[in-house]
Design a protein around this ligand. Structure first.
Ligand SMILES: Cc1cc2nc3c(=O)[nH]c(=O)nc-3n(C[C@H](O)[C@H](O)[C@H](O)COP(=O)(O)OP(=O)(O)OC[C@H]3O[C@@H](n4cnc5c(N)ncnc54)[C@H](O)[C@@H]3O)c2cc1C
Length: 312
């Protein structure tokens, strides 16, 4: 690990100002960032790491009319256990509860979960040994390499890594808004493969909070190889908004959470055991698996059906 300066922020705006030049990176719980710095996976390295945890009041979970306001520094364990989140945004509580292990949920924050970098073993290999597409290289090694955990819905700007943040599909399904120091971004437009980031944030932009519309019915399910602690192979969140329209969002299948319009159409007339099964088929009807990951298509199909069935 290389040396870096450590700055304790007192406000999100101060952190954003310090990070504006791109040489200072922000850190919340550090459960993701510190591993990437230790392994020196990037060609570039921060001169300063700005600790957001010292900002007061950015970890609250509150009701605000028809929505919940969840601070970016809210711990995943707090999100999972919050009665407000369980009652009004169940899919998010269920997703937070399935992240990693109790220790990581006590350290990791919702902001950090949403902003964590992609889990691609070529992207994350120590010492930048694969200078992949995301790091300015010409190709994505996963396209013809070992792609068993990669995208089944094609590439995002040449990258086949997947979004494996558990809370991200839940936030998209619930129609949440990401509030940063600069703007408000619908969760659906927040994610994607952009340089080392998994989102559209710019240098000097810090996530302050999430606004999550209260939603009567929502659910989340995750398939991972180990139940105790593991990233999703595929996860799925569904939510029924006040207009009764159902959103279906998959994770672990593309560089950003994948909203399946095909599945949503299949349940447009209402969610029943039969329409949920049809939605599973519809969701994967447009899949384009790579050489080693066709098995994920079956998992995605089943997970869409099962998660929708939770709404019945
Ligand atoms: C063993 C292990 C298992 C894991 N399993 C899972 C899993 O099953 N599911 C899952 O979803 N994740 C998993 N994770 C990934 C991740 O560490 C956690 O999800 C955690 O939520 C990250 O939060 P953090 O606060 O520690 O983020 P940090 O490590 O502090 O930050 C992560 C990234 O987000 C950026 N960032 C943090 N906060 C903000 C903010 N407010 N504004 C802008 N940028 C910000 C940082 O700059 C950094 O790039 C796992 C990690 C480990 C080490």
């Amino acid at each position: 690990m290389k040396h870096f300066k450590h700055l304790q922020a007192t406000s999100a705006d101060q952190a954003a100002k310090e990070a504006a030049g791109g040489t200072a990176w922000v850190m919340a719980g550090g459960t993701d960032l510190l591993g990437t710095l230790k392994d020196e996976i990037f060609p570039e390295y921060p001169e300063t790491v700005i600790d957001l945890k010292t900002i007061e009041g950015m970890d609250s979970i509150e009701e605000d009319g028809d929505a919940l306001r969840i601070g970016a520094l809210a711990k995943l364990s707090a999100v999972a256990e919050s009665e407000l989140v369980r009652q009004h945004a169940q899919a998010l509580a269920q997703a937070a509860e399935r992240v990693a292990s109790p220790t990581i949920r006590h350290m990791g924050t919702l902001g950090g979960n949403v902003c964590q970098m992609h889990r691609c073993w070529y992207f994350r290999v120590p010492d930048d040994r694969f200078h992949c597409r995301r790091k300015g290289g010409k190709t994505c090694p996963a396209r013809i390499g070992d792609n068993r955990y990669h995208s089944i819905f094609g590439d995002d700007n040449g990258c086949y890594a997947v979004s494996s943040h558990d809370t991200a599909p839940a936030l998209v399904a619930l129609g949440a808004t990401v509030v940063t120091t600069k703007r408000e971004i619908p969760a659906e437009e927040f994610f994607g493969a952009h340089g080392h980031r998994s989102n559209v944030l710019e240098d000097g932009e810090v996530v302050k909070e999430f606004r999550v519309p209260k939603t009567a019915k929502s659910a989340f399910q995750k398939f991972a190889l180990r139940k105790s602690i593991d990233f999703p192979v595929v996860n799925c969140a569904v939510a029924q908004g006040s207009d009764r329209a159902t959103r279906v969002v998959l994770g672990g299948v593309y560089a950003a959470p994948w909203r399946s319009k095909e599945a949503e159409e299949a349940v447009a007339g209402g969610v029943t055991a039969e329409s949920a099964a049809k939605a599973g088929e519809a969701a994967v009807s447009v899949a384009k698996p790579l050489g080693k990951n066709a098995y994920k298509v079956d998992i995605a199909r089943t997970l869409v059906k099962r998660t929708l069935t939770d709404l019945v």
